[in-house]
Design a protein around this ligand. Structure first.
Ligand code: PMP
Ligand code: GLN
Length: 382
C-alpha cells in the first residue's frame, strides 16, 4: 500500500476534459490554450537558436538577456524598476514558480489563504509543504474578495496569501483599492504574498491591470508570477517567470535549482529576441483578445446561456440555469461535450465547497474566429 501524500488528488479536470473532447471530436473550449499559432517571428527565432547551438543548460536563474527584457517591460508598463539579476527568475512554466514559492516559505502547520474558486495547483503544493489551505469564497456572481472575511481568517499561523488577478476561472480583476485593503490588513504581520498574474496582459475595456509589482508595500513581501505561455500563445513551451525582492528570490532559487534547475535554453533566447524586436506585442494583446471575447459574446447573445463579459483572461463563464438546471456543472460539462460537441470546464472543481445552486461552466475563447463561430452555433442551438 502506498501512503499517498496527496490522497485526494486525481487527474486534473483540464486533462480529463481535453481527453473527452478528443475522444468525442468536440470543439475543445475546456483547457485554456489557443488553437492558433504564435507569431512567426517567435517560431523562427527558436529554430535559429537551436541551429546556432543554444542547446545546453541555461543559467539557473534564466538567461540574462531574457531577464533584462522582462525588467524593461515591467519598467515600461508598471513604472517600477526591478533588478534583473537579483529579482527575476525564469522558470519552466508559472506552475514551477508557484510550486517553488510555496515550498520556499511554507513550513509544516502554516496556513495559506486562498480564494475559491481557485486554480488547481495551489492546494497540492501547500499540502506537500505540510501547510494547510484556508479557503475563503469570492462573492457568488461578481467574484470579489470579502475583506472582512479575510481579516477574520487571519491567524498567527497565516504565512501566505495567494492572489490571482486576472482571475481564472471567472475573469474578475483585483483593483488597486483591493491591494490597499490587503496591505492595511496584513501590515505588521509575518506573512508573504503569492500573486499569480499569468493573465496580466489580458485585461479588457481599457482597464489597467493592478499589479502587485506596482504596490510598494505589497511587493516587499511578494512573489509575482507570470507566464510567457499566455502572453505569446505558446502554452506548450511551459516558460514563465517569478519576480520577488532579493531575499525572497534567493530562497525561491534554493528550491528551483533542485526542482528543475533551469528553463529551456532555446526558448529563452527566442523569447528575448522577440520581446526586443516586438515590444508592442503586449500592448496589442488586450485588443486582440477583447475582439475575440466580443465576437464570442455577440454570437452567444441569442443563446439561452446568461453571462457578463469577462473583464480579463481568455475565459468566459456562462450560466446554464435556463437550459439544464437539473444538472450539476460536472454533469453539464459532460452533457455539453457528448451531446452538443463543445467541451468546457465546470466551475465547481475550483471550490473546496462548491456552491450548490451555482450553474456555471467556463469556455475558453483563445480560439480562431472559425472555431468561435462553430462553437457559438452549437451553443445557440441548445
Ligand atoms: N496560474 C493560472 C491561474 C493559470 O491559469 C495557469 C495556466 N496554465 C498557470 C498558473 C500555469 O501557467 P504555466 O502553463 O505557465 O505553468
Ligand atoms: N491553466 C489552464 C486552464 O486553466 C490549464 C493548465 C493545465 O492543464 N494544467 O485551463
Amino acid at each position: 500500500m502506498i501512503r499517498s501524500k496527496l490522497p485526494n488528488v486525481g487527474t486534473t479536470i483540464f486533462t480529463r476534459m481535453s481527453q473527452l473532447a478528443a475522444q468525442t471530436g468536440a470543439l475543445n473550449l475546456s483547457q485554456g490554450f489557443p488553437d492558433f499559432d504564435a507569431p512567426p517571428a517567435l517560431l523562427e527565432a527558436v529554430s535559429r537558436h537551436v541551429s546556432a547551438g543554444h542547446n545546453q543548460y541555461a543559467p539557473m536563474t534564466g538567461l540574462p538577456v531574457l531577464r533584462e527584457q522582462v525588467a524593461a517591460k515591467i519598467a515600461r508598463l508598471y513604472g517600477v524598476q526591478v533588478d534583473a539579476e537579483q529579482e527575476i527568475t525564469i522558470t519552466p512554466g508559472a506552475t514551477e514558480a508557484i510550486f517553488c514559492a510555496i515550498q520556499a516559505v511554507i513550513q509544516p502547520g502554516d496556513e495559506v489563504i486562498v480564494f475559491d474558486p481557485c486554480y488547481d495547483s495551489y492546494a497540492p503544493a501547500v499540502a506537500l509543504a505540510g501547510g494547510r489551505c484556508v479557503h475563503l469564497q469570492l462573492s457568488d456572481g461578481d467574484f470579489r474578495i470579502d475583506w472582512q472575511a479575510f481579516s477574520d481568517a487571519l491567524t498567527p499561523r497565516t504565512r501566505l496569501v495567494v492572489l490571482n488577478s486576472p482571475h481564472n476561472p471567472s475573469g474578475a480583476l483585483i483593483t488597486r483599492e483591493d491591494l490597499d485593503q490587503l496591505a492595511a490588513l496584513i501590515a505588521g504581520r509575518d506573512l508573504y504574498l503569492l500573486s499569480d498574474e499569468v493573465y496580466e496582459h489580458l485585461v479588457y475595456d481599457g482597464v489597467q491591470h493592478a499589479s502587485v509589482l506596482a504596490h510598494e508595500a505589497l511587493y516587499a513581501r511578494a512573489f509575482v508570477v507570470s507566464s510567457f505561455g499566455k502572453t505569446y500563445h505558446v502554452t506548450g513551451w511551459k516558460t514563465g517567470y517569478v519576480i520577488a525582492p532579493p531575499a525572497l528570490s534567493a530562497e525561491l532559487r534554493k528550491v528551483h535549482q533542485y526542482v528543475n534547475f533551469c528553463g529551456v535554453t532555446p526558448l529563452q533566447w527566442a523569447l528575448a529576441d522577440f520581446m526586443a524586436e516586438h515590444p508592442a506585442h503586449v500592448e496589442e494583446l488586450p485588443g486582440f483578445y477583447q475582439a475575440k471575447r466580443d465576437l464570442f459574446c455577440d454570437l452567444l447573445h441569442t443563446s439561452r446561456f446568461r453571462f457578463t463579459r469577462a473583464a480579463g483572461t481568455y475565459f468566459q463563464l456562462v450560466d446554464y440555469s435556463a437550459i439544464r438546471p437539473d444538472l450539476d456543472d460536472v454533469q453539464m460539462a459532460l452533457w455539453l461535450t457528448r451531446e452538443h460537441g463543445v467541451a468546457s470546464i465546470p466551475v465547481s472543481v475550483f471550490y473546496q465547497q462548491p456552491i450548490p445552486a451555482q450553474r456555471l461552466v467556463r469556455l475558453c475563447f483563445a480560439k480562431r474566429e472559425e472555431t468561435l463561430r462553430q462553437a457559438a452555433e452549437k451553443l445557440c442551438a441548445i
